[in-house]
Write a protein that binds this ligand. Structure first.
Ligand code: DC
Length: 221
């Protein structure tokens, strides 16, 4: 069974998807990390994030050589061509380049195709267009959301643990900007699938959200 989880930046999708996959013993796929890996390769190659030719080359490399491996307790590592890029794809430079890269048609086509291949039969897949475009027939679909101020606070606390120099205001502005690009782009914009269950996670803990999703899945089966 495919469980699709979509939602805006910092809505808790990755953590929720990872815990859900652990509980169900399913594969988990963080599709955003694939777009981030493409953005990383583009930047490192010295190209602009709007350069479709270079971005498509990078997307092909990611699709051919990525390994997304669970290391337990909801933690995953991503490698491209044998190089561990788990930390590098979370840099501020990548975060700023990823939405422009994700707008490109050639990149999206390669990503969607490889996501279908990698997920397998039983998976929790999270992103922006999973329930709408990549897996429109997913058996279970959820759309996670939270107030912008709360999402910014969560992401800021995460960044603080890594020792960031970013301010809360900057984190909030980045999230707002990314959401704007992701939801207004022409191709596969961030959107709630008609048949997705909407969950507002504002004020809710991660465990509470995971239990709510599991409860809904079990209730329907
Ligand atoms: O989930 P995340 O914040 O790590 O995702 C990074 C970016 O990747 C996001 O701002 C837009 C893009 N993305 C996308 O276009 N489609 C997806 N299915 C997942 C992510």
């Amino acid at each position: 069974m495919i469980i699709a989880i979509d939602g805006p930046a910092a809505s808790g999708k990755t953590t929720v998807a990872a815990l859900l996959a652990d509980r169900l013993n399913y594969n988990m796929l963080d599709s955003g990390s694939m777009y981030r890996a493409v953005a990383l390769l583009v930047i490192e190659g010295g190209a602009s994030p709007d350069d479709e030719l270079k971005a498509v080359e990078a997307a092909e490399k990611v699709a051919e050589s990525m390994r997304f491996v669970s290391v337990g307790e909801g933690e995953f590592r991503l490698s491209i061509g044998g190089r561990d890029v788990t930390m590098d794809i979370r840099s501020q430079e990548v975060t700023e380049a990823v939405s422009p890269v994700s707008r490109l048609a050639g990149v999206r086509a390669i990503m969607a195709e490889s996501q279908k291949r990698i997920a397998g039969a039983d998976a929790v897949v999270e992103g922006r267009d999973i329930g709408t475009v990549v897996f429109p027939d997913a058996e279970e679909k959820f759309y996670l959301d939270a107030a912008l101020a709360e999402r910014a606070k969560r992401r800021y606390l995460e960044e603080m643990r890594k020792g960031t120099a970013l301010t809360l205001e900057k984190v909030e502005a980045d999230i707002r900007n990314r959401d704007k690009i992701d939801s207004s782009r022409e191709l596969s914009p961030l959107a709630r699938a008609q048949d997705a269950v909407y969950i507002d996670t504002t004020g809710k803990g991660i465990g509470e959200v995971v239990d709510e999703i599991l409860g809904r899945i079990r209730g329907r089966r």
